[in-house]
Design a protein around this ligand. Structure first.
Ligand code: F6P
Length: 749
């Protein structure tokens, strides 16, 4: 039932109740008025006939008395009259007097004492039924001087009262019908007019022709609904999946084709001169690059990064820009140059000896040096300025990536107050207590709160961040809305789990899994029935490489038949080698590999093949596709895209993923064998299970994970952030307009 129909029904029912009450009141009033009227008339009739009555009664002339009574009944409403003696015998009656009301019956109704005492006589008036009709009778004591002669009875016909009641009922019913129709019509008309005025006003406000602050919440809801509908219709058109095309469409339609600016320390393409002097392009081992590069290819725009390659300068133009990817050239890479000292303090020092161990629970003590901090601040400012230089409007959309640039959001906001700044923290955020050990904690938090949206991989990291803000900053934290307000600016804090491109870009150059396996067997001189395990990492202490190798050792210990048959290949890209902790790890891994290999040595067999060098994506793909098992053993990891890349590479639905519980990926890839990497027994057991897993079960698990990755791909990661940003931009524009119009109003007043 519509709301207006409900109102109309209520109005009609209300009118019906009113009519019923009115009918009861009118009926009762009509009847009592009529009875009162009859009593007076009876009194009047007897008084006017008094002389004739007295004379005839005294003379006991019954005929004359009957004539006088007949005169009294000339009034058409008097049906009959009678003169009765005080004892109740009939003295005279008119012809029409009803015999069912004899004097004797009436006399008994009047108290005898009253009849005997002339001074205390009371008239009797009552309504009674005779022959199915209603009559009113008045028995009026009649005296002559002081002597009581008897009483005169007048009987009135009451049918006229019933007629009046019927007329009143009909009238009321007609009034009810008219009022009900009029009421319903007026309700409908009022509703329609109100809606027309309201929609007209709303349309004007929506079209931006009018600013009405009171409509702001409604407008927000309407716009959000429309956005959702548009996204849903986009989703329908693409089977609900995010694709590069859909992301591009969002940029064009929803962001009006604005240029996306990505700021990340690591560049997606590093130009190098090799030993022979030839120019090469390197793809760095970086989850961030794996994720962001496809987004930039889809959206185009500009990626601002540290130019770290030996041939970077010679490959950029005079504005320090180069079009990439080589041969495709779909976006711009803007390189920022750093001096040796700057790089040491900002990248190696504060970012990787301070923030990195601070945020990862991997038992490496963070080192905070104030010199490093000064470099970190200076380099952050340098990058904020570079981003501003790349911006072609005063409200650009900037994606600030990772812990290298915690201060950039606020610095950039100082330069471009209207910018939409989306920051994403690719590593875990520690709990507030742990974060509190950073001597520069307030400045870091304030820096990040310059963002419009701040993203983490998981809800837990968002919660840790909000706790840290709560603990160390003067600000308003709204946990339900997941927002922080500081200096009258709001930052949304949201989980956006990062992912990889889908469909995976294996490219025609990547051979089939069978070919990959054949090639790997050949490269490593392994027998055809060899079982291959693989690990792919930067050489970083957070990746649990030592624990992984210990699990391999334990596996061979537990299952001697695997010795000579199972080989674990560790691809390790040297990383941050200027930091002593990384050099130490390097040495320890090297030593561990040697020890394990010596322990299980037999002929040319090596239990662990350690490939310590940078590997280009096609090599990594080859190993993913050749492996029986891939083990990701991070001690702590924001997401870990190696796990996702392995699943994506296995379009043959073979291979098993063993995955550390302490990665963000473990929350999504639940069909992997999830292990605690510190628990060597458990991890080696999982490796054993993986190597014995029937191919049908492998297929089931990989298929389920591939379906998930197809859904939760990196285009969705970027798309969700951009759509949230777009909603914010619209809201801010609207709020801007509203506050401008309020200001204008205030000035007018
Ligand atoms: O995991 C954090 C992270 O910054 C990634 O975003 C990136 O993939 C990786 O570290 C690479 O580190 P770097 O740039 O120091 O080689």
């Amino acid at each position: 039932m519509t709301r207006r129909l409900k109102i109309a029904v209520v109005v009609v029912l209300g009118l019906a109740a009113l009519t019923a009450v009115a009918y009861a009141v009118v009926t009762r009033t009509t009847r009592s008025w009529a009875e009162r009227d009859l009593e007076l008339r009876a009194q009047l009739a007897v008084t006017s006939a008094r002389r004739g009555l007295s004379r005839a009664w005294r003379a006991d002339d019954r005929e004359a008395l009957a004539d006088v009574l007949a005169d009294v009944t000339r009034d058409i409403r008097i049906m009959g009259a009678a003169a009765c003696s005080p004892t109740g015998s009939s003295v005279a009656t008119t012809e029409s007097y009803p015999p069912s009301l004899p004097c004797s019956r009436l006399a008994s109704r009047i108290p005898r004492s009253a009849l005997g005492d002339a001074t205390s006589l009371e008239p009797l008036h009552e309504t009674t039924d005779i022959h199915g009709g209603s009559v009113h009778l008045s028995a009026l004591p009649f005296r002559d001087g002081s002597s009581m002669l008897g009483f005169v009875v007048l009987v009135h016909d009451l049918s006229f009262v019933a007629r009046r009641e019927t007329a009143a009922r009909t009238l009321l019913l007609a009034a009810f019908v008219v009022l009900a129709i009029a009421g319903a019509f007026l309700t409908w008309l009022a509703g329609r007019m109100a809606r027309r005025d309201w929609t007209r006003e709303l349309r004007r406000v929506l079209a931006g022709e009018e600013d009405r602050p009171e409509y702001a919440p409604l407008l927000r809801d309407v716009r959000e609904l429309v956005s959702r509908m548009v996204v849903e219709s986009d989703a329908d058109a693409t089977g609900g999946r995010w694709t590069p095309e859909r992301l591009r469409a969002v940029m064009h339609q929803r962001m009006h084709g604005e240029r996306l600016i990505v700021l990340a320390n690591r560049e997606p393409y590093v130009h190098q001169r090799d030993a022979s002097g030839a120019l090469t392009v390197l793809h760095p081992a970086s989850g961030l690059v794996t994720a962001l590069e496809p987004v930039m290819r889809a959206c185009s725009g500009v990626w601002v990064a540290h130019g770290s390659g030996s041939a970077d300068r010679e490959t950029t133009d005079t504005s320090n820009r180069v079009r990439v990817p080589p041969g495709e050239e779909s976006f711009l890479l803007r390189r920022v140059w750093l001096g040796e000292e700057q790089e040491q303090g900002y990248y190696y020092g504060f970012a990787n000896e301070g923030l990195w161990p601070l945020c990862h629970l991997a038992h490496t003590r963070p080192t905070f040096r104030s010199d490093d901090w000064q470099h970190y601040r200076a380099v952050n400012r340098r990058f904020a300025e570079a981003v501003a230089e790349e911006s072609d409007c005063d409200d650009p959309i900037v994606l600030v990536q990772d812990y290298h640039f915690a201060l950039v959001p606020r610095m950039l906001r100082e330069i471009l107050p209207r910018a939409t700044i989306l920051s994403f923290w690719h590593i875990p955020w520690p709990n507030a207590e742990r974060f509190g050990i950073c001597p520069f904690r307030e400045e870091i938090l304030e820096g990040l709160l310059g963002s419009s949206i701040l993203g983490f991989h998981t809800r837990q990291h968002c919660g840790n961040f909000l706790d840290s803000v709560d603990a160390y900053l003067e600000s308003r934290v709204n946990r339900a809305e997941q927002t922080v307000v500081q200096h009258a600016r709001e930052t949304l804090v949201r989980p956006y789990p990062i992912s990889i491109e889908w469909p995976p870009r294996l490219g025609p150059a990547v051979p089939s899994p069978t070919e990959c396996r054949a090639r790997v067997l050949d490269e490593l001189r392994l027998p055809a029935d060899a079982l291959i395990g693989v690990g792919v990492d930067r050489l970083d202490y957070t990746k649990g490489i030592e624990e992984r190798l210990l699990a391999v050792e334990r596996l061979l210990e537990r299952e001697p038949p695997l010795v000579g048959r199972f080989t674990f290949v560790q691809l390790a890209a040297p990383s941050r080698t200027r930091i002593s902790r990384y050099r130490e790890l390097d040495e320890r891994v090297e030593a561990l590999v040697t020890r394990i290999n010596e322990r299980f040595a037999s002929g040319t067999y090596r239990a662990v093949v350690y490939l310590r060098e940078h590997h280009e994506p096609d090599t990594v793909q080859r190993y993913y596709r050749a492996a029986d098992v891939c083990y990701v053993s991070s001690l702590h990891d924001g997401m870990n895209l190696v796990a996702k890349e392995f699943v994506a590479a296995r379009d043959d639905e073979r291979g098993v993923l063993v995955l550390s519980h302490f990665t963000g990926a473990a929350r999504e890839l639940t069909e992997a064998l999830i292990v605690n990497p510190y628990d060597i027994e458990e991890a080696s057991g999982a490796l054993s299970l993986a190597l014995r897993m029937p191919s049908s079960e492998q297929a089931l698990r990989i298929r389920a994970m591939r379906e998930l990755l197809a859904e939760l791909n990196v285009y969705r990661w970027a798309g969700r952030m951009l759509l949230d940003a777009e909603r914010l931009r619209r809201r801010e524009r609207l709020t801007g307009r509203i506050s401008t119009s309020w200001q204008a109003l205030a000035v007018e007043r």
